[in-house]
Ligand binder design. Sequence first.
Ligand SMILES: Nc1ncnc2c1ncn2[C@@H]1O[C@H](COP(=O)(O)OP(=O)(O)OP(=O)(O)O)[C@@H](O)[C@H]1O
Ligand SMILES: [Mg+2]
Length: 227
Amino acid sequence: MGKSAQIISGIQQKGGSCKSTLLQCIGAKLGQSGARVLIIDTDQPQFSCIEWADEQDIENVDTLKHTDEDTLLDVIKAVRGDYDVILIDTAGFDSRMASYAIQASDLILIPSGGSKSNVKGAAKTWRHAKISTENNKTPPLLRLVVWGVKKNTNVYAHALETIKDMDIPAINYHVGNLVGFEAMSWNGGLPTGTAGEALNLFMTALRGEHLIEYYNQSKEAAHGKAA
Ligand SMILES: Nc1ncnc2c1ncn2[C@@H]1O[C@H](COP(=O)(O)OP(=O)(O)OP(=O)(O)O)[C@@H](O)[C@H]1O
Ligand SMILES: [Mg+2]
C-alpha cells in the first residue's frame, strides 16, 4: 500500500482502433494477477468499458465514468493511492480529454489496425503525445500496439512496412483480428480460445518489455528484493 498507481492510457485519434478492447484486456488480466485496477472511461456517450464491465464482475477491476476534462487530473490524484494500475480510455478523436490523459500518463498505448487510416492516426497520435510531453520531468513511455490486424495479408505487410519506416516503438507481439475479442463487447470478461491465447502472448510481451510496473515489482518481490 501507499505506492501510487501506474497510469496507462489508450490514445488514438482514429475511431474504432481497438482502444477500449485493449484496455479492457489489460485491466482484466492485471486484475486476475492480483493488481488493483481502475478503468476511467472518459468516452461518452458510448462508455464501452463501463458496458463491458457491467456484463460480468471482473476480479479486482473497478470502473469510473469521468467526462469533465478539467478535473481528470484531480480525480486521478485523489484515487491514485488506492490502485496499482489506472487505465484511461479516451474517445476516438483528438480531444482536450486525450491531451489531459497524455499529461497524466506513465505509459501511452496507441493501438493501430492494418488500415492506412489506422496507421496514419497512430502516427499523428504518437507525434502529438511525444511533442506535448518532451519537456515533462518524466515523459511517458509511448508504444504502438498493432492490434486487430488480419495477419499474413498484403494490408498487414503494408502497415508493418509503414510502421517500420516511421520508427515508432511498438510492442513486439501483434494481436490478430479474432472474433473472440468482438465477443467481449457482448459478454464482458475476457476472450477464450484462440483470442485468449493471443492475449496471453500479448501480455507476455508487455511483461517481457518491462512496461507494467505491477509485474516489474512482483518480479522483484519474487527475488526477495522488495519489502
Ligand atoms: N483483436 C480484435 N479482433 C477483432 N475485433 C476486434 C479486436 N479488438 C477489438 N475488436 C472489435 O473492433 C471494434 C472496435 O474496437 P474498440 O471499441 O475497442 O475500438 P475503440 O478504438 O475503442 O473505438 P472508439 O474510437 O469508438 O472508442 C469493436 O467491435 C471490437 O469488438
Ligand atoms: Mg472506445
